[in-house]
Design a protein around this ligand. Sequence first.
Ligand code: TXA
Ligand code: MG
Length: 320
Amino acid sequence: MLRAGGVVAFPTETVYGLGADAENDAAVARIFAIKGRPPTHPLIVHLGDADELARWCSTVPPLARQLACRFWPGPLTMILPRSSRVPNAVTGGLATVGVRVPSHPVAQGLLRAFGGGIAAPSANRFGAVSPTTAAHVRDDLGCAVDVILDGGPCQVGLESTIVDLSSGRPAILRPGGVTREQLEEVVGQPVHVRGGGAVRSPGQLEQHYAPRARVVMCRGEDLVAEAHRFIASGVRVAVCTGEVPAGLPPRVECIPLATSIIDVARKLYAALREVDHRECDVVLVTLPVESGVGLAVADRLRRAAGAGASWSDTGMEQGT
Ligand code: TXA
Ligand code: MG
């Protein structure tokens, strides 16, 4: 199907991807059309093996090789100067390309059998929550996709960490399954998370990864009072948090996440989809401690809450 210019949804360890032959402009254009994604937002090229880096990137700095050696196959995307092999359709005209070697056995098998690079964004409609099961892909994209490969639920559950190695100091553009602390061990110095600036990556848009329901962040100790307040105002409320506190109003929809942050990451997107499935108007969430994978979970929750909608008005400062 990929060789024929088709579009194939496939599992990775992070989220499901919507893949096409990275060197087939028409196939890549179909990805943008299916997702409803602006053509200037670049796609990640998935490779079967780190040995293919040199074919897709014009320069591969020693640090890129070290990171590949340590974290590939796995949930890390590197932004590097692109080679002439990479079509403009993939990069939206940028001079750089995002590359990643996924570890999921189905993704690995697909890449090996295909032989080339597979351009793939997450297999959801633009702006929506990424899919972590084949059923999520079918719910979002249905018949628009030629094939959906079902590899079960994704193990990481959040998109890959994106690290920009294309200029100056390495910087994280999107926190993910490979943690900042793990990156710093290899880089040997602090690695900052770069936000703001020109938005070329949808992952950097303020409102992204959002369910239909309004996402409201609150402190754990305010959760019960906030739930009562929203219920009293007549809206349908869900609570999505690690440990569900006692004393919630009976009409609240409880969608417990997990207590370990790894499990929270794994379950988060399915939980946000469940909020919409239960037709809630508002979902109350709490932020985890922002270290390790908690940094990525907090990032996605902030984006889901969107600009201006960040904190419930219990005196907490605005999120960024
Ligand atoms: O885990 C993942 O990364 C998943 C799986 C399928 O691999 N893919 C994914 O793709 O999340 P997507 O397109 O939904 O998000 C990739 C992000 C986008 O924000 C995109 O703009 C950014 O990576 N990106 C891609 N190439 C880039 C580049 N050359 N410079 C800056 N950002 C880039
Ligand atoms: Mg995406």
